[in-house]
Design a protein around this ligand. Structure first.
Ligand code: GCU
Length: 604
């Protein structure tokens, strides 16, 4: 009986840890060791490394078989039967998707195992965590043959504690990645982007003390901009160490507080002479949180963002969002993840004249968010509740909510983020309205300082564009996608088309555009030419500038991007060509139309 009880307790503690939602924030400024670099991988379409031949799950066995790939087993003699060997298997760079790194895996959707060996000398009293920036789509994670957990969601971070498992030499971190698409997932089966599979963002070891600062919010107070407020959350709180200090030297702030029994301290700190963050002045303050003899630094901007009737106010002043939509893709045509990738994309946005970017359709990597903070680009961050997710399914809602929680936890101290987007182009239904309403309420419960939106579909036709989607009541900003001249409508009529909305709220045109193959020239009525895209922009902008309550736009899209839906030979070749810039960096004629329009907008 006793043995059973111990086993049960151990199982629950591992499961609890494995489902651990104690996401650690501000990882770039912690004591970390990177596991990025060359990993071995095994392509496993039949999940041979996960199931026995009778489909028993190896990691549910009391003593997992050596045939389980997470055992990372090597034959000990010439008689032994072992049918895999990570160390003799191919190598791949991590972070990075497999599609753009391994030609044979360009279209592969299924399971791939990855293995990284490492040594780690963990001092006593210290704790160690494995933090993963993102894995698309589902990950089963093991260290030294022990299951750490399973994570779903292709664009948000997660971490597991490995203190009791790590050893000084020859640790092996094994991750099974499955990028198979499913109807009930988030996103669902079909999207208009490439299903890049793999460990697509950084893998990092984080070393912490027994009791440490796990997470915090330090932002300008929503109700009183002469206060900085928020909380600090301690992991494994020990009442004997309950003092927390927050220093912001430039603001002469030296706050001292006491952590409560729940491991949390909430604070409101009077703050004067704050230089507010804005695109013109992307001021970041050095903030230091002092706890238990450790100093955790961050660079945080302070600003207010709100709506007043149909206006968006940044630091109390009305703003217009000169934006562009961006997918997370690098120059090689794979998942972007590095600072260099972020610089390439955001420098183009700045060159276009943007003060704002719509990072579609999922949370992008932390590098681009922190760079936007530094460069002064406001950000729309979105979760991939895209098109027809299963709105009636509770587990699908929980998945979406988990992804939203992780994105907000990671990024809620970044001043550049002004909008959390709940969805993109979802079909109207009661279930969908309820799904979005709940996500919006959940967002406000985690962060009441930012605005909530979603990219809606519009009902256009008979010369009118109408924005009457009923979820608009749950949104601070009414954003909608429209494709006059590409998916319908007549560009000659653009100036005559009037839009009307039933909401007295700010409006953003979150998408418009059309494809052009860079270098293909012809008449302005010839689809796929640069001249057609240029004319489409000229005409759409004439219509858009007359939309009531217009407060911003983010044309679709900065750069051509891979999509399995775009197959016209010689023109698309598996690329969506709506980019103002081609995937090999050529600016198209429409780029300059948009740039001129923004130049005039700045002068207004
Ligand atoms: C849709 C969708 C995008 C898509 C674009 C297009 O509105 O939001 O993800 O790529 O239009 O059709 O090109």
């Amino acid at each position: 009986m006793k043995k059973l009880l111990i086993t049960l307790l151990l199982t629950f503690s591992i499961l609890g840890q494995a489902q651990n939602q104690n996401l650690i924030s501000n990882v770039p400024n912690r004591h970390t060791t990177s596991l990025n670099g060359v990993w071995n991988y095994i392509v496993d379409p039949y999940e041979t490394g996960y199931y026995s031949f009778h489909h028993d799950v190896y990691d549910k066995q009391e003593k997992p078989s050596k045939a389980a790939y997470f055992s990372n087993y090597h034959a000990v003699n010439k008689q032994e039967l072992v049918e895999y060997d990570f160390d003799k298997s191919p190598k791949i760079n991590i972070p990075g998707d497999w599609n753009s790194q391994v030609p044979e895996l360009k279209y592969y959707e299924g399971n791939v195992w990855f293995k990284k060996s490492f040594d780690y000398d963990l001092k006593t009293q210290k704790r160690l965590f494995v933090y993963i920036g993102a894995i698309n789509y589902k990950a089963d994670v093991y260290l030294n043959g022990k299951k750490l957990g399973t994570h779903e969601g292709g664009f948000t971070p997660f971490n597991y504690e490995v203190t009791s498992i790590v050893k000084p030499k020859d640790n092996y971190l094994v991750i099974k990645v499955d990028n198979t698409r499913h109807k009930e997932d988030v996103p669902t089966l079909n999207t208009d982007w490439w299903n890049y599979g793999g460990i697509t963002r950084d893998v990092t070891l984080i070393e912490e003390s027994a009791s440490f600062v796990e997470d915090y919010t330090i932002q300008l107070d929503k109700k009183d901009k002469n206060k900085i407020s928020g909380f600090v959350k301690i992991n494994n709180f020990n009442p004997a160490q309950n003092a927390v200090a927050i220093a912001i030297p430039e603001l002469k702030i030296n706050y001292k507080g006491k952590v409560g029994a729940d491991g949390i301290v909430k604070f409101e700190i009077p703050s004067k002479n704050v230089s507010y963050w804005s695109p013109e002045n992307p001021k970041l303050y050095e903030v230091t949180i002092d706890f238990n003899g450790e100093k955790l630094k961050d660079n945080i901007g302070f600003r207010t963002i709100e709506t007043q009737e149909d206006k968006i106010l940044l630091n109390g002043k009305q703003i217009f969002l000169r934006g562009i939509s961006i997918h997370e893709e690098n120059a090689k045509g794979g998942r972007a993840n590095s600072e260099e990738d972020a610089l390439r994309l955001l420098n183009w946005a700045k060159e276009l004249g943007c003060n704002y970017v719509r990072l579609a359709h999922y949370p992008h990597n932390e590098n681009i968010i922190r760079l936007a903070d530094k460069l002064g680009l406001m950000v729309w961050e979105e979760i991939p509740v895209y098109w027809t997710v299963e709105f009636t399914r509770k587990e699908t809602y929980n998945n979406a909510q988990n992804q939203l929680t992780a994105a907000i936890t990671r990024d809620k101290n970044r001043a550049c983020i002004i909008i959390w987007s709940m969805a993109n182009e979802t079909p109207v239904s009661d279930a969908r309205n309820n799904f979005i309403k709940n996500l919006a309420e959940h967002t406000k419960s985690l962060d009441n300082t930012r605005l909530i939106s979603a990219a809606l579909l519009t009902q256009s036709g008979d010369g009118f564009g109408t924005i009457n989607d009923e979820i608009g009541q749950y949104l601070d900003i009414i954003a909608f996608n429209q494709y006059l001249g590409w998916y319908g409508g007549n560009l000659e009529d653009a100036e005559k088309i009037l839009w009307k909305t039933k909401y007295n709220k700010p409006v953003i045109v979150s998408e418009f555009g059309g494809d052009a193959k860079a270098g293909l020239h012809g008449e302005k009525n010839e689809r796929w030419t640069e001249e057609y895209q240029e004319y489409l922009y000229i005409q759409n902008l004439k219509m858009i500038e007359k939309i009531p309550h217009l407060s911003g736009l983010s044309p679709w899209i900065l750069v051509d991007f891979r999509s399995p839906r775009r197959l016209l030979p010689g023109i698309q070749d598996e690329y969506n060509r709506k980019g103002l810039i081609s995937n090999d960096g050529q600016k198209k004629k429409a780029f300059y139309i948009m740039q001129d329009w923004y130049k005039k907008k700045i002068k207004d």
